[in-house]
Design a protein around this ligand. Structure first.
Ligand code: NDP
Length: 466
């Protein structure tokens, strides 16, 4: 796990020159964590798990009504007995079956990741100057997993197609056991056997390091990458599997699958398949290029993502809805327009960078700013920031597309309850916070070039709004 093996070659390497802004304390994650950041980190570490448990309880026992348990507690003066009967006695239960299913599924995914034939993709240059290789075989893993799930359920009858729904509580316990184990394992690994020691960031706060991680690219061996595996496999592959299983549960319950459930499954599948079809592109997004591996990604990918990103399918099992054809088409239109924007914006950035700016954008030669940045080994590299096409409209127009798809996913559930809309609220907060984080990172990395870029592309998300 030494840093020596990773590729540091680059055709852009030049002798080090003085680029003061870029060589600041770091253009990776911040050091010098403030008291408020530690406080916020503590809140996230405690509140996120509680929120997932609460949502599990309201979905499983209260028809997905967020306020019903609160009304019940209030009508009993928030007594200890009421708290026990309304919440505590309704918590998910441990079962050996859940543990076996979860760890069999996790091991299966880990083996697929390790042994399936793969294209080798490359990430962005890290702050310490590494360009890491990644095994890209997610699409094949997705196909094998879903084929096995369907054939096992409908042909061999090894399991019921609603198995994930039926074991939802015990799987939740199992996923938490793994999510917490992974968080602490990664934390200790960062100290005792780091994969790339120079890319570690120690903030000085135990809480912050636990939440946001120390190692940037923890790995086993040359290719088994913690971030790509956990985000893609127990995270994103599970997404469509969970939805299908909840659609089967709806069928078992009412005898058919509603068009709202079909639409939701379709929109999620488009997003998930896009992710795996473009897995190589994902290597150059903030998740892989910037984030370190702590609770945020370890527990986030194994518990938060599968349990919170699929809330709409839980809702539709408990509250089946048949959408009118015009409303169905409207939601489909919102989702597909969002998807088009999301993919087209991300594709523009990828193609312009891949061709080093020598390409057409919207029928005209691409416009961009050529930048320089310095890695912590003192070497200077160059990159480009696009300023035409979607990237001339705002600095994160891809997030607009993502927000539209997310909204469409929520709209499949109609307007009777708040819970299905949690996803769009969460995505809005996540992406706006990302804009702030990315701005700080890029200013640190590109210095005066980022200021120049900000003058050309003024809007951060949407023109005249933000
Ligand atoms: P971006 O793909 O926008 O990546 C931002 C990075 O791109 C910057 O850090 C910078 O990195 C580079 N960059 C910034 N401006 C330019 C420019 N003008 N030209 C070229 N490169 C530029 O953001 P994300 O990685 O956050 O998101 C990728 C996609 O994933 C988005 O569509 C987003 O909506 C989606 N997403 C989905 C989430 C979900 O949970 N469903 C969560 C987060 C994101 P550098 O220069 O160092 O390469």
């Amino acid at each position: 796990m030494s840093s020596k093996r990773s590729s540091k070659t680059s055709k852009n390497e030049e002798p080090s020159v003085s680029l003061k802004a870029q060589t600041g304390k770091t253009w990776g994650r911040d050091k010098d964590i403030s008291y408020n950041t530690v406080l916020l980190s503590t809140l996230i570490l405690t509140c996120c798990p509680l929120l997932v448990v609460y949502f599990w309880v309201v979905c499983t026992h209260y028809q997905c009504s967020i306020i019903e348990p609160i009304i019940l507690l209030q009508s009993n003066d928030f007594s200890k007995e009421a708290f026990e009967s309304v919440i505590l006695h309704k918590l998910p239960q441990f079962s050996l079956d859940g543990i076996k299913i979860y760890f069999a599924w996790l091991s299966f995914q880990a083996i697929l990741y390790a042994i399936l034939p793969a294209k080798i993709g490359y990430g962005q240059r890290t702050p310490a100057g590494h360009i890491l290789p990644y095994k890209v075989n997610g699409l094949l893993a997705w196909l094998i997993t879903h084929t096995l799930y369907l054939v096992g359920a409908f042909y061999f009858k090894w399991w019921d197609a609603s198995i994930v729904h039926d074991q939802w509580g015990s799987l939740f316990i199992a996923a938490n056991i793994y999510g917490y184990f992974l968080t602490f394992f990664s934390f200790i690994k960062a100290y005792v056997m780091p994969s790339h020691a120079e890319d570690r960031k120690f903030s000085g706060s135990f809480i912050y390091d636990l939440l946001m991680g120390i190692e940037m690219n923890p790995r086993f061996g040359k290719y088994w990458d913690f971030k790509l595996f956990h985000n893609g496999r127990p995270g994103i592959i599970a997404w469509t599997l969970i939805n299908m299983s909840f659609a089967a549960a709806q069928y078992n319950k009412i005898g058919y699958v509603t068009n709202s459930m079909i639409l939701l499954n379709f929109l999620h599948a488009v997003y998930v398949l896009d992710f795996f079809y473009n897995e190589d592109w994902y290597l150059r997004t903030i998740d892989i290029a910037h984030d370190h591996f702590g609770f945020y990604l370890a527990w986030g990918d194994t518990v938060w993502l599968p349990w919170m990103y699929t809330l709409q399918s839980h809702y539709l099992v408990r509250n089946p809805i048949d959408l009118s054809i015009p409303y169905f088409l409207f939601v489909l239109g919102v989702g597909l327009s969002g998807y088009y924007i999301f993919r087209a914006v991300n594709h523009q950035k990828d193609i312009v960078r891949r061709t080093n700016g020598d390409c057409m954008v919207w029928g005209k030669p691409a416009k961009f700013i050529r930048t320089k940045f310095v890695t912590s080994d003192g070497k200077t590299h160059s990159s480009i920031l696009i300023t035409s096409g979607f990237w001339g409209i705002s600095r994160h127009f891809n997030y607009v597309g993502d927000l539209l798809i997310s909204l469409a996913m929520c709209l499949t559930c109609g307007f009777h309850h708040l819970l299905p809309y949690f996803y769009i609220v969460y995505m809005t907060i996540l992406l706006i916070h990302r804009i702030w984080r990315d701005d700080a990172r890029c200013r640190g990395k590109y210095g005066k070039y980022w200021d120049e870029y900000g003058k050309v592309v003024k809007w951060k998300l949407f023109p005249y709004i933000y």
